[in-house]
Design a protein around this ligand. Structure first.
Ligand code: FA5
Length: 349
């Protein structure tokens, strides 16, 4: 008498096919699949019988087990499709289903307002012949202070409270840290902007954050003028705002420029009437600037009797606040998605 359990295998197959045809949900089909085709399933376990068969019997029985597995798999797939079609037909005839309703919109990201304005600035300055450069956020004391005519123990270091990493390295407190890097990198004459994130160890309020963005501008040539500097900054502002905005220029002190200026913009959050952003003054400090100090040119390897330069350090975060009338700088880097959604579809032409 043959030891080949072929009848038993066929009986299991019949049970499996019956269970498939009676399943009325995907979950039930999964269960049938596990029971019969799983590793320890009813069909698979017949494979283990192979070892007890004679070498002549083995191939035919092995094939029979495979055929049954395929037959049950096919039946499962057919039933899955049937159930899907049944569900779909039921949904379409459901009187509550309205195929004219709009579908769910896929979630889409938005460009951060800082990025929008930064892109536009890049465009404006590129069109005026400026390079757009990128310098490190972690820099050395030398480039951030020393090379900018701010030696150790100079009181001007207190103007920018610093996050120190070690005795030599710091988180740059301003994008001016790139000035001497640029002078060493490019042969004059050249014009460049370098936008980026800067860091200061200071208390925050509506117009001050510990992490914010600036855009440095630097122009080195045989002869440069304050008139050209101011004209470039006016172009920048009218391009960003799409109109003339009210500005005022006053003397400003920075050890790396001489003479130095502060360019303020009439506060666009309150219209100049006074608010927490402008500290009730009606004006926002936005664009300090000046002619590059001879010591800085020297640090950049340039002879100050042969070369001149102008530089500005635009408060990009504040410019963005003015552009979009944002009443607290801390919204910008809060990561609050509700804040960012307000800029969906916004562009700067
Ligand atoms: C500087 O950082 C100089 N490096 C600017 C400069 C560059 C002067 C080149 C001359 C030549 P100041 O610390 O004022 O300067 O910062 C420049 C601008 O950054 C400010 O006008 C303001 O708009 C913005 N700013 C300064 N501190 C903060 C802060 N904590 N949060 C947000 N914006 C700030």
């Amino acid at each position: 008498m043959s030891t080949v359990p072929i009848e038993e295998l066929h009986a299991v197959r019949d049970l499996a096919l019956k269970a498939v045809s009676e399943a009325n949900a995907d979950g039930e089909l999964e269960e049938v699949s596990r029971t019969y085709l799983g590793k320890k399933g009813q069909i698979r376990k017949h494979m283990r019988v192979l070892g007890q068969l004679s070498p002549e019997e083995r191939p035919a029985f092995g094939k029979a087990v495979n055929d049954v597995s395929t037959e049950v798999e096919d039946a499962l797939e057919t039933r899955r499709k049937e159930l899907h079609a049944i569900r779909r037909a039921a949904a379409l005839t459901d009187p509550h289903f309205d195929p004219t309703l709009p579908g769910t919109r896929p979630a889409s990201g938005t460009v951060h307002p800082l990025t929008l304005v930064d892109w536009r600035l890049d465009e404006i300055f590129r069109s005026m012949g400026f390079y757009v450069l990128d310098y490190p956020e972690i820099d050395t004391e030398y480039f951030n202070f020393e090379a900018l005519n701010v030696p150790a123990d100079h009181p001007a270091r207190d103007m920018q409270d610093t996050f120190w990493i070690n005795d030599e390295h710091l988180l740059r407190t301003h994008t001016s840290a790139g000035q001497v890097r640029a002078m060493k990198e490019f042969k004059p004459p050249f014009k460049a902007i370098f936008p980026g994130r800067v860091f200061r160890y200071e208390a925050t309020d509506a117009s001050h954050d510990h992490t914010f963005h600036q855009v440095e501008g630097l122009y080195v040539d045989r002869e440069v003028s304050v008139a050209n500097l101011i004209a470039s900054m006016k172009t920048l502002l009218s391009e960003i705002f799409g109109r003339e905005v009210e500005i005022r220029l006053r003397p400003g002190y920075f050890p790396f420029v001489e003479p130095g200026f502060e360019l303020d913009i009439s506060c666009l959050v309150c219209g100049g009437g006074g608010c927490s952003v402008c500290k009730q003054s009606g004006w926002v400090e936005l664009l300090p600037c000046g002619l590059v100090h001879p010591n800085v040119l020297r640090a950049g390897g340039l002879d100050p009797t042969a070369w001149q330069g102008w530089a500005f350090g635009l408060g990009l975060s504040r410019l963005v606040m003015m552009r979009y009338q944002i009443d607290d700088i801390r919204h910008l880097l809060s990561g609050d998605i509700r804040f960012l959604r307000q800029f969906e579809g916004t562009g700067l032409e």
